[in-house]
Design a protein around this ligand. Structure first.
Ligand SMILES: *[C@@H]1O[C@H](CO)[C@@H](O)[C@H](O)[C@H]1NC(C)=O
Length: 235
């Protein structure tokens, strides 16, 4: 603009001198159109710059705001995407878990607030063995439980370092719960019993809870008779 103004001033001065009026206006027009072109070019460059910046901004914002609600995150929160009743009522095939005592007791304290069940529930007897580790009468117990799958569940609390070697076909296979050290006649015995009970309560079908030691042996009553006795007594 400054250039144009000086030129115009010159023109005015010139005008005062001998230069014709038309020449000055022609110069002005050329200068004006060149300015206009410059401004247009600047505008074009600016628009291009803004569009490039906004494309990058959109990408950036997408990453910032869309990622936390991405479908993969939701799926990982709710397992395979659907919550089924089965996932609440089916007992795990392996009683091992990673909950500590306070988490376990909290989880075990949950109970339904409605009467009746919207599925077929077969009440079970929970046999809870408090043992140092080995179960010397395991063969007798195997015979006792044989043929009554679905009517009982077994939980064994052993010393933490004990590794059981029951075969896959045994009723005691993978029935050892996460345990802690227990000393005879001390409060840790009570804690172990509570731990056994809490683990048994995780299975909604368990209704009667029988605490046993490794030296207990089963007598003549088969499980169905025991179940009937318990439920008759319960009524
Ligand atoms: C169990 O774990 C929770 C969470 O990690 C912790 O806050 C709590 O103190 C733990 N309880 C025990 C008894 O270790």
């Amino acid at each position: 603009m400054k250039v144009m103004v000086t030129e115009m001033e010159e023109g005015v001065k010139d005008n005062g001198a001998s230069t014709p009026k038309s020449r000055v206006t022609n110069q002005c027009r050329v200068l004006l159109s060149m300015r206009l072109l410059q401004v247009l070019f600047l505008f074009l460059v600016l628009t291009f710059g803004i569009s490039v910046v906004s494309i990058h901004m959109i990408k950036f914002l997408k990453i910032q705001h869309l990622d936390p609600v991405a479908p993969t995150t939701l799926i990982s929160m709710y397992g395979r995407g659907t919550v089924t009743l089965d996932s609440f009522i089916r007992p795990p095939s392996n009683v091992w878990h990673t909950m500590n005592d306070s988490e376990l007791l909290w989880r075990a304290s949950m109970e339904p607030q409605r009467n009746g069940y919207p599925f077929k529930r077969v009440p079970k007897l929970a046999f809870m063995f408090l043992s140092k580790g080995p179960l010397p009468f395991a063969p007798l117990w195997e015979r006792f439980f044989q043929g009554y799958e679905g009517l009982y569940s077994i939980y064994v609390h052993a010393l933490p370092y004990y590794k059981s070697d029951f075969s896959r076909s045994s009723v005691f296979y993978r029935r050892y719960i996460p345990s802690q050290a227990v000393a005879w006649g001390e409060m840790s015995m009570g804690d172990a019993e509570r731990r056994l009970l809490a683990n048994a309560l995780l299975d909604i079908s368990n209704e009667w809870f029988i605490l046993l030691s490794e030296s207990c042996i089963p007598l003549q009553y088969p499980i169905p008779i025991l179940v009937n006795m318990f439920f008759a007594y319960g009524r």
